[in-house]
Design a protein around this ligand. Sequence first.
Ligand SMILES: Cc1ncc(COP(=O)(O)O)c(C=O)c1O
Length: 374
Amino acid sequence: MAAFVGNIPIFETKSQYNLLRKEIDTAIERVLERSFFVLGEEVSAFEKEFAEYLRVKHVFGVANGTDAIQLALMACGIGSGDEVITTPHTALFTLLAISATGAKPVLVDIDPDTGLINPELIEAAITHCTKAIVPVHLYGQSADLDPILNLAKNYSLFVIEDSCQAHGTTYKGKYTGTIGHVGTYSFYPSKNLGCYGDGGAVATNDPEIADRLARLRNGGQRERYNHELMGLNSRLDEIQAAILRVKLPYLNACNAARRERATLYNRLLEGLPLQTPLEKDYGSHIYHLYVLKLSSISVRNTLQIYLKELGIGTGIHYPIPAHLQLAYEWLNLGKGSLPQVEDTADRIISIPIYPELSIEQVEYIAAAIKNFSF
Ligand SMILES: Cc1ncc(COP(=O)(O)O)c(C=O)c1O
């Protein structure tokens, strides 16, 4: 086994802050000096810079990724009585955003090889109430969008991309979040582009949706005290925007560093009785998470305890599929109704991956897994 290199958490932000400390501190001080904190110069500049990065016409900074999804749905006129198709294998926040509009989430099972929504199962879930599909670009890999966009066209549905885990992921040469009607991003600190608190963004090329989003995220106001829509109070703040402006220019290099570590894991774990992440050839994976699949829940759980004893942090993304969460009991989808996600949730484990994780640490983690008695 490689030399012991200390505790390795599943995720940490301090190393990156240490690398960027001067730039970040200067950016925060700039905001404090200006003492203008909500919807000011930093947010406008970040929206412009992120739009340029994504090659999309409009970006709006919002309070978090959950609000981004809710606002995107609201901007498409979705609400009470409507149905929105999505995946059960996601952060539950995707569903919470749908429910917050008054719409009902309708769940479609996943492709067990990738964890992504299975586009072949979507058409059967469409009813006269369906208004939108929310594919989730899980772990940093794009859902297969072409069949989803075709269905949306045939049934006049909106496609709202949950790109909260996919900042810089591509699908057939375009960035995810810019391909459907609206794209949504989270800047939660652990994301590939993360701020130092909560933050999010919505992206669109559609001028009418953009016009609604601009108002919806700011209480529905066109200008101050003129509320045209029942919007949310959901704004990215100036300090978070200033931090994101420092980090955005490093995003592609950070994603490349994650990919390099994923490639090394793939090579070092080859031949073991586990499945390494499957990369689809239609796009690029930016490894927000590196997720292994084991042969059974007991092997997965034992591996997790074993790695913890060696000081290696792990996670399970996600242990309880959305339809088995108490909050969504009312969907009346019992155990066995979505077999692929239920089986997947039992067998997956996420191991550390971030740009600052050293090659030595990757080798240590891989060696530890190799030594595990499967
Ligand atoms: C796939 C997905 N959707 C939505 C969200 C919600 O984002 P936030 O935590 O910024 O509200 C997250 C993050 O937790 C996510 O990973």
